[in-house]
Design a protein around this ligand. Structure first.
Ligand code: URA
Length: 244
């Protein structure tokens, strides 16, 4: 019996040396296995905390930029606006849409793309299977130009850093520029024609991927171009998925 016990212990020792731990009903081994499991869930917990912290950091940084924009007197538009229209959406969005400037409804509500053009933009976003809450939406100008006139070069110059900061904080995979003004600003080419570059992926400011398409207000005035815009949005979705 003693001999059998010694042989069995020797065999178990051999297993242990070979790394086969769980033949042992040994409290220490159990500790090892529990510790591993604990470490794993602890790591997972840490990962989600990191993601949560990143999101909170982004929200905080965007809030700081918004406060800066609220206090900005870089051009005259702060005098006539009702509300600053900073931008909204998912701070971790892969896709960011950039329009031109707030219109009447946006100025009233302090939110981007909530008027007629905004409803069309939302429809296009949803048509390809996204939700408005999945993306981030902003404009080149944060204050409404009177009578919806085009932004002036000096206004764009005064306001562009707020957009640049938003882009760097959100860090989207693709920026879909809506219309001429955002396309010119973010491509760095103020001669670029939207009709020539729409539907194509360009490399723009700080090497961000830019995907220009028609501005929804243009589509409201030119409904025949909606078909083209739908194709652009489908392509945008494909591009976004290829970058997952
Ligand atoms: N047009 C824009 O460019 N931006 C808006 O927010 C609304 C209309």
């Amino acid at each position: 019996m003693e001999k059998l016990k010694r042989e069995l212990l020797a065999l178990l020792e051999w297993y242990r040396e070979a790394g086969i731990l769980y033949y042992f009903n040994n409290p220490n081994d159990q500790k090892v296995s529990l510790k591993n499991k604990k470490d794993k869930s602890y790591n997972q917990l840490q990962q989600s905390e990191i993601k949560g912290n990143e999101t909170n950091d982004k929200i905080k940084l965007l809030e700081e930029v918004k406060i800066e924009a609220l206090n900005c007197k870089g051009c005259e538009l702060y005098k006539s606006r009702k509300n600053l229209v900073f931008g909204e959406g998912n701070v971790n969005a892969k896709i960011m849409f950039v329009g031109e400037a707030p219109g009447r409804e946006e100025d009233e509500q302090g939110r981007p793309f909530v008027g007629q053009a905004g409803q069309l933009l939302t429809k296009l976003i949803e048509f390809v299977g996204w939700r408005r809450e999945d993306v981030y939406i902003a404009n080149v100008l944060k204050c409404r130009p009177p009578d919806n006139r085009n932004p002036l070069p000096a206004e764009i110059e005064a306001c562009k850093n707020f957009l640049f900061k938003q882009i760097e904080i959100i860090n989207p995979k693709i920026i879909c520029t809506l219309g001429t003004f955002s396309t010119q600003l973010l491509s760095g080419n103020n001669k670029i024609q939207i009709s020539k570059v729409r539907g194509h992926l360009l490399t723009g400011w700080k090497n961000y991927r830019i995907f220009p398409t028609f501005h929804p207000s243009y589509l409201l005035r030119n409904p025949n171009s909606k078909k083209i815009a739908i194709e652009d949005f489908k392509r945008l979705k494909e591009l976004a998925e290829s970058l997952d």
